[in-house]
Design a protein around this ligand. Structure first.
Ligand code: 13P
Ligand code: SF4
Length: 303
């Protein structure tokens, strides 16, 4: 990290009353510079709490910055790299959500925040990997439409015992698809004292090998609050920076070197230029934003 970019960013941040929020998968230098680093639910909450900020620079991917913009219509939300788009969010269109609603008119629709704003506008409530089970459990319905991640849908079905209709038929995260059970088994043999922490976007074959399943920040809390010395981690490799920083005496082993190329599009330089020129403003059409706002607020109230 060059000192000059950091100095320039600090000055700009003060002048423009800006706050930098970063997801747990961001590059180490962005995590180290950010005002706050967290998982998707924490970043949603933090964006809402930043009453004094006029600009939020959201170092993450499109759907996270869009959620911040929807929750803060009076603030300027900047996504440092406009090309940072979550491929899983692209897998579910608003039209497809409407189609399933017509097929199951009585079933509530729960959408993972990893969706386009137009799709969110069609759902009853949003969820993240940290609260999906709790949200589905609390609904007064036994059949629930859930999208777009099939693995998270399957995990929710297992945990709640409800009938989960997963939409679309093959929604998945290409980064979490990279984890294979065989590699985790080999690592377990190599490190018999290690525990395995897995993100629910991983396949059921991987999940079944886990000692802990949770969101990225839940994994951080698990590592902090347990006494183990070694952890095998099955999520995007960027999380290891925070895990190592917060737990200097412990060892973290990636179950695979899985990178989300979209998350990694953001650099400190791009954060700087986005803020300097106030460019890459996240805009959501008002009618879509109003509907999506309801689904996000409902999740935050239920969290
Ligand atoms: P978290 O909410 O667990 O940080 O997950 C976001 C995400 O995109 C996982 O791939
Ligand atoms: Fe999307 Fe997967 Fe990247 Fe998360 S890790 S932002 S779900 S592609």
């Amino acid at each position: 990290m060059t000192a000059s970019i950091v100095d320039k960013l600090l000055k700009l941040k003060r002048e423009k009353k800006a706050v930098i929020l970063a997801h747990n998968y961001q590059r180490p230098e962005i995590q180290d510079f950010a005002d706050y680093v967290g998982d998707s639910i924490e970043l949603c909450l933090k964006a809402k709490k930043e009453k004094n900020a006029e600009i939020i620079v959201f170092a993450a991917v499109d759907f996270m910055a869009e959620s911040a913009a929807i929750l803060n219509p009076d603030k300027k939300v900047l996504l440092p790299s406009p090309g940072a788009r979550c491929p899983m969010a692209q897998m579910l269109t608003a039209e497809e959500v409407k189609r399933w609603k017509r097929k199951y008119p009585k079933a509530p629709v729960v959408l993972y925040v990893n969706t386009l704003a137009e799709a969110k506008a069609e759902c009853d409530v949003c969820c993240t990997s940290a609260n999906a089970v709790k949200i589905v459990e609390s609904l007064d319905a036994n059949t629930v439409i859930f999208g777009p991640d099939n693995n998270l849908a399957e995990y929710v079905a297992e945990k709640t015992g409800k009938n989960i209709i997963a939409i679309p038929s093959r929604g998945f995260c290409p980064t979490h698809l990279l984890f294979q059970p065989e590699e985790i088994q080999v690592l377990r043999m190599e490190y018999p004292d290690a525990v395995v922490a897995v993100h629910p976007e991983c396949s059921s074959e991987v999940r079944v090998l886990a000692d802990f399943v949770g969101s990225t920040s839940q994994m951080c809390r698990y590592a902090k609050n347990t006494e183990f010395k070694r952890y095998i981690i099955a999520t995007e490799v960027g999380l290891l920076h925070r895990l190592k920083k917060e737990n200097p005496g412990k060892e973290f082993i990636p179950a695979y070197d899985a990178v989300c190329p979209n998350m990694k599009l953001n650099t400190l330089e791009r954060v700087y230029y986005a803020l300097k020129d106030e460019k890459h403003v996240v805009r959501v059409p008002k009618s879509t934003a109003e509907k999506a706002w309801k689904a996000l607020e409902k999740m935050l109230a239920m969290k």
